[in-house]
Structures are given as structure tokens and as C-alpha cells.
Design a protein around this ligand. Structure first.
Ligand code: DUC
Ligand code: ZN
Ligand code: ZN
Length: 465
């Protein structure tokens, strides 16, 4: 493979920001420094920022919702192209255990779906839905095979794991060297609040949000943290939306418990005015779980991101089309598929509303979107930084170039963007994956199926960020 030299850019990592060239050979970084030379390909990065590729550890590509008979609109080809165009070079998606299914079979089934299609590197969290002696035994083999993270839903119909099973699972995850990744919402409270709305004939999408208030999320988060303490398990709290939830994470960390927290751009950029009843049914575009919170929560959430209370920002990309998928929930908000598209807009939104707005430094941006995700999920330092010997997964960004968000300029198969009309910067002009240019001038140049499964290590609770 020819050498590639990224020349003249400002290299931004979680620790530093300095002018440097980056020399790449055989997909790895071999030298960093000034005035490097090559006979190979030279990419001029002057006046650009050169950063580790984004790592999105929370995507739902080609993800089924059996109850509603729908799948997310992006398959692994379209979805990873969208990711690459948004500066993502690694995803961790999910393999979903069917009731009665072996966890390893579920993982293999998923690998067969992604291998022919993904254009970037990938791995999976195993969603454990059926806790039984066989599946518990498989946890250790999955950790050893490089799949050390396990997603657990505390709500969501037959995906839900009750407290007793959760504790069993957390104990096994702890002894096997894994990490539990939890969706925390109180299932009983949600069921109660939904029933009350429906009995009153309150069926519009805004009642999705009012059936899942902050207390529902905060209670389940606290319970998850307490059960993890009992089990001695490291955990990551998925999609934290509000200050009350973040404070549970903060308190646990202060006690020395291995707990990390994630949030997503939708909770930092949008607010609950999207559920204003005057919007009409189109507000279904913003139906996600947990829902978008009020403006006071949004501001408070930003400070938890700035202060280091939360450690990573992922997209929770769950792309359902408005026409034909979201609209299936007209007349019954419980039938609106939950989720927002976001794999391609995560980095630009964090760049614009975080870095450009002066809320976070360029290094903190890299830490939240690449370095910490790699650390939390067992990929660091091969992924998540730019150093000699690491994979040359790189995004090159012109910090001054602005784009107006519209589905026409995005690559997902969804028919809308929740961020319609926002002007953002931070889209990559070039994305490199293991030294190969996969996006040039903002457009994909990819070979289907070129992505590789990422070898992930056991999780050391003491090395969590
Ligand atoms: N919530 C999730 O937890 N996952 C997918 C989408 C959503 O809204
Ligand atoms: Zn979730
Ligand atoms: Zn999710």
C-alpha cells in the first residue's frame, strides 16, 4: 500500500493541538512531526484540523422493531456511508438476542449482516433480552472473543430485563471483564402514564414525552447504579438527557464506582418545543426514548458535558422514515417508532454547538466523540487517538466551512433531519479509514464491505475515563 502524508494541518487529540504532518504506511500512523516527506499520496491539510475519526458507539442500523413490523431505514451500507460523510470511522452497533436464542448465534447472525456492507470498522454490543443459565454462560466467551459490552433495556416490552435478571447479568459481566450499557427508564411508571393518557383519549405524539418524564429516567438510572454497585460491575448509562440523571452518575463516580455516562446531540441541541401541539403530528419526527427535554435541562446538560460529569457523546442513530414509518403512529403515539437519525450530524453538531459556541475545547470535542468512546469500549489506543502505531482513522475538517442541514445534503435513507435548516460547521472534507480515503470533498468514495470488525479488549474498570 502506498504511503499517505497528511500535510500542514493542526492535529487535535484529546491532549493537544499542534501543527503537525501525519505520515501513514500500511494503514497505520508511522510518524508525526513537521516537514515530513513521501513519494506517495499527499493530502494538503493546511488551515484544516486533523482529528481522530469519530467513534459512534450507539447506532441502530438495520434494526428491527418486531412489535411495529418496521426496521430502521439505513442498512449497514447506507448507514456507514452516512457515518463516514459525518466523520465517523468506527461504529458499535447492536446484535439483538431473540427470546430463546444463543447470544453467540445472535452475534454471528449480525456479523453476517454487516460484513458484506460496512464501509467503516465496526463491532457490536450484545443486547441481552433472555437471561437464562445458557446465555449467562456465553457472556465470558463473548468478552474473550472481543465483544465485551452488553446492552440491557430496563423497559421496552419483551426486551426488558427485570431487576433480578439484571443483577444476575451484572454479576456475570463483572466477573467476565465486560461492561454493561444500560437504557434506564422505569417500565412500570411508563406503562402507568401511557395507560392514563390513552384512557383520556390523549393519543398525539406529545403524550409520548409526557409519559416518560425526567423522574422515570432518574429513578431507573439510580436503580441501575445501585445494582451495579452490588454486583461490582462497570456500567455505562446510555443517553442521559437531564441534570438529575447526570447527578446520579456524578455521585457514583465520586464514591469511586466505575460508572460512565453518555449523552447525544439531540438532548443538547433540541428542546421540548419540538412537541408543541401546534406542530401537529409531524412532531412524531422527534419521538425518541428518553424524549427531548425542556430548555432548562438542555442548558444544565451542557454543563455536565463541559465539567466532565458525562464522558461520551454518541448519536443513538435510529433512522425511521417519517412517511410510512413514523406515520404508522397516527392516532396512537405508542405505535410511533422511537428514534432520531444522527450518525452523520453528530460531529458537526458537537463541533458547532460545542467548540464553535465556546462551550468545549477542540480537545474535549475529540475526547467526547472519539477518545473516550474508544477507552470505554475497549478499543484504545488503536482507535480514538492519533499516535505512532495506531490505525490511521482520521477526519480533516475546515473549521470555517459551513453547511445548512437538509436531507438533500445527507446520506441516510430517512426523509427528514431533526436539524432542518441549522447552519453547522465540522463536516469533514476528507475522511480516512486505516489510511484509505473514503470521503473526499465531502463525498463518499468507498468499496462496499471494506470495513473490518474491531478487536476489542476486556474492560478494566480502573481505566475507564
Ligand atoms: N431510544 C433508544 O433507546 N434506542 C433507539 C431509539 C430511541 O429512541
Ligand atoms: Zn436506549
Ligand atoms: Zn439506542
Amino acid at each position: 500500500m502506498i504511503e499517505v502524508l497528511v500535510r500542514g494541518g493542526t492535529v487535535v487529540t484529546a491532549d493537544s493541538m499542534e501543527l503537525s504532518d501525519v505520515l501513514i504506511r500500511e494503514g497505520k500512523i508511522v510518524e508525526l512531526g513537521l516537514e515530513l516527506e513521501t513519494d506517495g499520496l499527499i493530502i494538503d491539510a493546511s488551515d484544516h484540523w486533523v482529528m481522530p475519526g469519530g467513534i459512534d458507539t450507539h447506532t441502530h442500523l438495520d434494526h428491527p422493531i418486531e412489535r411495529l413490523g418496521v426496521r430502521t431505514a439505513d442498512d449497514f451500507y447506507v448507514g456507514t456511508i452516512a457515518g463516514a460523510c459525518g466523520g465517523v470511522t468506527t461504529i458499535i452497533d447492536f446484535s439483538l438476542q431473540a427470546q430463546g436464542e444463543s447470544l453467540i448465534k445472535a452475534r454471528d447472525r449480525r456479523l453476517a449482516e454487516i460484513e458484506p456492507d460496512s464501509v467503516i470498522d465496526y463491532s457490536f454490543h450484545t443486547i441481552v433480552t433472555d437471561v437464562n443459565p445458557e446465555s449467562i454462560k456465553e457472556i465470558e466467551s463473548l468478552v474473550e472473543a472481543g465483544f465485551p459490552s452488553f446492552k440491557i433495556y430496563m423497559t421496552y416490552g419483551d426486551k426488558k430485563v427485570g431487576d433480578g435478571d439484571l443483577l444476575t447479568l451484572l454479576e456475570e459481566v463483572a466477573t467476565s471483564g465486560g461492561l454493561a450499557y444500560l437504557h434506564c427508564e422505569n417500565d412500570c411508571a411508563i406503562t402507568h402514564l401511557i395507560e392514563r393518557h390513552l384512557t383520556r383519549g390523549e393519543t398525539g405524539p406529545q403524550f409520548h414525552a409526557s409519559s416518560r418524564p425526567v423522574a422515570v429516567e432518574a429513578e431507573a438510572t439510580n436503580r441501575a447504579i445501585m445494582l451495579a454497585e452490588l454486583a461490582g460491575a462497570p456500567i455505562c448509562i446510555a443517553h442521559v438527557t437531564s441534570e438529575a440523571v447526570a447527578r446520579h452518575v456524578e455521585e457514583a463516580r465520586r464514591r469511586g464506582q466505575p460508572v460512565v455516562g453518555e449523552t447525544c446531540p439531540q438532548y443538547l441541541v433540541l428542546n421540548d418545543s419540538v412537541y408543541d401541539p401546534t406542530v401537529g403530528f409531524e412532531m412524531a419526527k422527534f419521538v425518541c426514548s428518553p424524549p427531548i427535554r425542556g430548555i432548562d435541562q438542555v442548558e444544565a446538560l451542557w454543563s455536565t458535558v463541559e465539567d466532565g460529569v458525562l464522558q461520551q457523546v454518541s448519536s443513538d442513530h435510529a433512522p425511521f422514515r417519517y412517511e410510512g414509518q413514523k406515520t404508522g403512529g397516527r392516532g396512537d403515539f405508542t405505535r410511533i417508532p422511537n428514534g432520531l437519525p444522527g450518525i452523520e450530524t453528530r460531529l458537526p453538531l458537537m463541533f458547532t454547538y460545542g467548540v464553535k459556541a465556546g462551550r468545549i475545547s477542540p480537545s474535549r470535542f475529540v475526547e467526547l466523540t472519539s477518545t473516550n468512546p474508544a477507552r470505554i469500549f475497549g478499543m484504545y489506543p488503536n482507535k480514538g487517538t492519533l499516535d505512532i502505531g495506531t490505525d490511521a482513522d482520521i477526519v480533516i475538517v475546515d473549521p470555517e466551512k459551513e453547511t445548512e442541514l437538509d436531507p438533500a445534503c445527507l446520506h441516510s435513507a430517512v426523509d427528514y433531519t431533526p436539524y432542518q435548516g441549522l447552519i453547522v460547521s465540522g463536516f469533514p472534507t476528507v475522511t480516512l479509514s486505516r489510511g484509505e480515503v473514503i470521503v473526499e470533498d465531502g463525498e463518499p468514495i468507498v468499496t462496499r464491505g471494506r470495513g473490518k470488525v474491531v478487536e476489542r479488549q476486556r474492560i478494566d474498570p480502573n481505566s475507564l475515563p
